[in-house]
Write a protein that binds this ligand. Structure first.
Ligand code: GDP
Ligand code: MG
Length: 371
């Protein structure tokens, strides 16, 4: 590799020239910005500023992935809201998800929701659709958020009417607030003796979830997952909130999706549930997910139907990934296998560097320097 000036290195690493000069001073060398550095010195500096190096290289290697394409307004079409149900243990999250699943207007038909794929879409009478994510658990939710994956548009906060706000309720509120996602409160178990919805509302106020009757803008629906009461109103509130959010995506572009869950299946290989966030995922697409690559061999919905493609807000199970990705990993469709390998290799190296810390292999520097 050739020499590089301090200035150029600073540009490529996106750090200030002054910081490089300061670092070199501590090494006992005075430098100015036009000075040339040999590869070893550049590498030393690069590893010192390791974190930033990655970002610059990343923007080179990862440039042009679907997320970079900016959609113009006329390409955007309405998409279904993606809803996560959160709340304290035993307050009825699973029961509510099951009950909502049964509100699906086409589930009576052949192939109702049969598969457990970690997410499902409900079609309501108006023809609108709502995507529900099976409660990923707060840990998974945090992991996704830590990876910057914003998977949910709306949080339905389930609070049992006979139990009130509990520690995991508070946690859920914090997650929702930190991600800037609106909350709809579902006060569950209204059928129970000792149900006290007013107490729930005042407790929520203490955690800055202010419902309409207290002058806030958070919607509340009283439900009973057990008796299947209030479910239509809940769905209605979700659709209203979705309208306010003006959720839209461009279906006509290479897909970007986020991994909800994945596993290695003996017969089928890697099976992953992904939520398409933009574009349309098609069978045969070549994809890169984290540091894994793959070719989409099958797309299946929660009805067990094989699909040719899946559009925005659609949760589907896919087959054809080489490795097992982690929840929160982003899947991008790329134009060909070489491109997929390039991105995946780069990410694998970057990850290795992150985990081994300072030890640079030299290859990584080369790739950073390569133009
Ligand atoms: P999760 O831990 O939040 O997923 O809660 P579950 O859905 O597993 O429910 C916990 C318990 O509460 C179960 O025994 C449910 O049958 C019960 N449950 C859930 N919803 C209702 C409801 O609306 N009314 C009554 N009476 N019990 C409910
Ligand atoms: Mg549960």
């Amino acid at each position: 590799p050739e020499n590089i000036t301090v200035q150029e290195l600073s540009n490529r690493m996106a750090v200030r020239v002054a910081d490089i000069i300061k670092f070199m001073m501590r090494q006992g060398q005075m430098m100015k910005q036009s000075d040339e550095l040999d590869a070893d010195t550049a590498e030393l500096i690069a590893t010192e500023f390791g974190h930033t190096v990655k970002r610059v290289a990343e923007s080179d290697v990862e440039e042009g992935l679907a997320g970079d394409i900016v959609d113009s307004d006329e390409n955007l079409e309405p998409r279904p809201p993606v809803v996560t149900i959160m709340g304290h243990v035993d307050h009825g999250k699973t029961s509510l998800l099951d009950a909502l699943r049964q509100t699906d207007v086409v589930s009576g038909e052949a192939g109702g929701i049969t598969q457990h794929i970690g997410a499902y879409q409900v079609r309501v009478a108006s023809g609108q659709r709502v995507t529900f994510l099976d409660t990923p658990g707060h840990a998974a939710f945090s992991a996704m958020r830590a990876r910057g994956a914003q998977v949910t548009d709306i949080v339905v906060l389930v609070v049992a009417a006979d139990d009130g706000v509990m520690p995991q309720t508070v946690e859920a509120i914090q997650h929702a607030k930190a991600s800037g996602v609106p909350i709809i409160v579902a006060i569950n178990k209204m059928d129970k003796q000792g149900a006290n919805p007013d107490k729930v509302l005042s407790e929520l106020t203490q955690h800055e979830v202010i419902v309409e009757q207290f002058g806030g803008d958070v919607q509340v629906v009283k439900v009973s997952a057990l008796k299947k009461e209030g479910l239509e109103e809940l769905v209605e509130q979700i659709l209203l909130q979705a309208e306010v959010l003006n959720l839209r995506a461009n279906p006509d572009r290479p897909a970007e999706a986020v991994v909800i869950e994945s596993k290695l299946d003996k017969g089928r290989g890697t099976v992953a549930t992904v939520l398409v966030q933009m574009g349309t995922l098609k069978r045969g697409d070549i994809v890169v997910v984290g540091a894994q690559i793959g070719r989409i061999r099958a797309i299946t919905n929660e009805r067990g139907q094989q699909l040719q493609n899946a559009g925005p807000s659609e949760p589907v199970e896919i087959m054809g990934l080489e490795g097992v990705p982690e929840p929160g990993n982003v899947l991008n469709v790329v134009e060909n296998e070489n491109r997929a390998r390039e991105v995946a290799d780069y990410r694998a190296r970057a990850k290795k560097q992150r985990t081994t810390g300072i030890k640079s292999t030299g290859t990584s520097l080369e790739s950073m320097m390569a133009k």
